[in-house]
Structure formats: C-alpha cells, structure tokens
Design a protein around this ligand. Structure first.
Ligand code: SF4
Length: 371
C-alpha cells in the first residue's frame, strides 16, 4: 500500500475515536509493553494504532516470522516525510528479522492517469528504489518488484476479482462510475500485493499505513475472509507536518524537503517554515512561543531529536522565550537534515552497486543514464 502524507493531525479529527471503534482499530498503548518503547516512533506514539498486530506478536513470541508489505507509487522524489514509514519498516525488520515486500505500483500511477506510459515509471521506480534502500535496508530480507511486470501479482489479482462486486468497490472508494475500469480493478492488484506473502510464503503480513488509507485494508481483509486467507494486520502512523503547516505534498515544493534538495534549497525551505514563534525577537523573549503549532518542533519530535531530554529542553526553551526560531531551532534542524543527507548520499553509492540484490527480478540500470 502506498504512502499518504495526509494524516499527521489525525487525533484532532472529531471522528477519530469513532473511526477507530467502527473499523476495529485499537490504540497502540495496550501492546506497547510487548513491542517496547526504545524507538521514538513507539515512545511518542508516531505509531498510534494497529489492527491485529497483537496476533503478529503472538507469532513472534513463538519464534515464528511475518512479513511487512508497503508499496511505493513511483514518482519524482522521496522527501523527508516518507522517512517515517521507511524507517519504521527498517526498524521492524531489524527487530523481528522479518521479510519486507515492496511493490513499485507503476500500474496504480497508470490507471489513475498520473503518468502517460508504464515505461516512463520504470525509471522512477528504480530511482525510488535506490532512495529507499539507501535509508539503510539490508538486501537479504527485501523483495522489491515493479508491479506491472510481475505476472504472479496479476494472476492473484484476477483470482481475487471474483470475490468482490463492482458496487462494493465503487461505494468503498467513492467512485462515481465515470472513472476508467482500471481504477476499480486496481483494488485487486493492491490486494494481491498485500496477500502474496501469505499466499505464497505462508507469512502473515502487516501493512504500515496512514489512517486515511484504511479503506484499502478493509477491502483486502474482506477478500481474505472470503478466501480464508489469514487477514492482514496494520500499523497506523502519523507523518511529519508540511512546512507550511498543512499536509506535506510532493507537488507543493515549499511543504517538504526532498532527499535530493541542494543544501541551499534546504536552508531556504526550513528558514521559511511555519513555527509557533512571535512577530519579533523581543516579543518572543518576553512571552515565549508555542511548540504545539510549530512545524520545526513537529519534525524534532517525530524524527530528528531522539533524546527525550533534549526534546524536553527545546520545548521548555521555546515556551520560556530562551529559544528563538530563526536563531536556534531552524539552524539546528538544518544541521540535522544536512547531516542525514550526507550519510544518505554515501549509502546510495553502495545501493546502486547492489541494486539487483533487492529485487525479485532483473533490473535494467541503463534507464538511469548518466544521472
Ligand atoms: S522556538 Fe523553536 S520550537 Fe518554539 S516555535 Fe520557534 S522554532 Fe518552534
């Protein structure tokens, strides 16, 4: 399932509790002692809810394995907002030695008319793959594939398509009936991505997603029930806030920092980020600022400041007026991003050399040209 970056403020939705209850999703708190809170994603509830992850833990406690599946619709660039998802997967993979299945869903981009040709998305898929693996994945536990050229996925999608009516898909996805048929059929390709590790390798799966993507999980779970396949579990994550305060979007440059952005561009974007600061330094020193609405603080809390004490100091310094957005916090965030980027660019060189080890099929690196 591909990543969305819509749900960073999900708990503020009026219908938040209602949604969890209605769709049988549980808050993460109850199973946290079994997972542990050493990672900030769990400690700070960046992973805030789950469905059936307790059953996955039951298996883990019996020394049985599972798989993670999370796809990527090939597109221009990965940004820092995507890192939460992929770092979470990397963490789970390291902690539980589980397999990670990564479909590059060029077919989704195609049927939803985000690209003109499937061929054009191949290059993007390979570029995205390099970006994702440079986050720090070990190739031995990764199964990446480009969806449209993977016959097994299309075979499974076809067999699943008889288990759901067009009307059910139309209602679930809010389709009008005017869309091309591929948009509804893609539901089954997605179900095939999710269920293939269970069907072919007898591995129950967990899918990390944003709450707004849950409709696809519900459709897939429905198919699983009808086919008597172990139901896929899910972990629900919050994303980084966009730098302008709303959701982060690749198509709105100023909301995000791309992993390929030049240092000067990164500095400019962060220096322009929305904060909870006051109009003047004098005013901020006197009255303090508001970390709750600050995008810089959000990035610190969810990703860039691991140490709880350091985070607490930032929060206290912000509220007291000891810290000033443009003098203290923003330069600190820029430094952390540039540091990350440096290590990341180094890792990318290794990944390119070994890219075929991550894929379940041959990879044509010549599409990258001299990039
Ligand atoms: S001082 Fe720091 S945490 Fe507080 S509003 Fe400014 S940037 Fe955000």
């Amino acid at each position: 399932m591909n990543q969305s970056t819509e749900s960073h403020d999900i708990e503020k939705r009026e219908d938040y509790e209602q949604i969890l209850k209605e769709f049988g999703i549980s808050k993460i708190d109850k199973i946290l002692p079994r997972i542990g809170t050493e990672h900030l994603f769990f400690r700070r509830r960046v992973v805030f809810a789950h469905r059936d992850f307790d059953k996955i833990l039951d298996r883990v406690e019996k020394n049985k394995s599972f798989a993670i599946i999370s796809g990527r619709g090939p597109s221009n660039d990965l940004h820092f907002g995507h890192l939460i998802l992929f770092d979470l997967i990397r963490y789970l993979q390291d902690k539980y030695s589980c397999q990670y299945f990564l479909p590059f869903s060029d077919d989704e981009k195609y049927v939803f008319r985000k690209v003109d040709t499937l061929e054009g998305t191949y290059k993007l898929a390979i570029q995205n793959a390099i970006d994702i693996f440079a986050i720090g994945f070990k190739p031995e536990n990764v199964h990446a594939y480009v969806s449209s050229i993977t016959p097994r996925i299309h075979y499974l999608a076809l067999t699943f398509s008889i288990n759901q009516t067009y009307n059910a898909v139309k209602a679930a996805l809010g389709l009008t009936g005017e869309e091309n048929v591929g948009t509804s059929y893609y539901t089954f390709i997605q179900a095939a991505h999710i269920l293939q590790p269970t069907v072919d390798h007898d591995l129950p799966v967990v899918v990390p997603i944003g709450l707004d993507q849950d409709v696809y999980m519900r459709l897939t779970r429905d198919i699983s029930r009808r086919r008597k396949i172990t139901l896929p579990g899910s972990l629900y994550i919050k994303y980084l806030k966009g730098l302008t305060g709303g959701p982060m979007s690749s198509s709105i440059e100023e909301t995000c920092v791309f992993l390929r952005d030049e240092p000067e561009v990164i500095k400019k974007k962060i220096m322009n980020a929305l904060t909870g600061g006051r109009a003047t330094i004098k005013e901020q020193r006197e009255l303090g600022a508001n970390p709750v609405i600050c995008t810089v603080f959000d990035w610190f809390r969810k990703y860039f400041v691991e140490d709880d004490e350091e985070l607490q100091k930032i929060e206290t310094g912000c509220k007291s007026g000891d810290l000033i957005c443009g003098l203290d916090c923003k330069p600190k965030l820029i430094e952390k991003i540039l540091n990350y980027q440096e290590g990341y660019n180094r890792r990318k060189k290794d990944v390119i050399k070994n890219i075929d080890k991550y894929f379940d099929h041959e990879v044509d690196l010549s599409v990258l040209g001299s990039d």
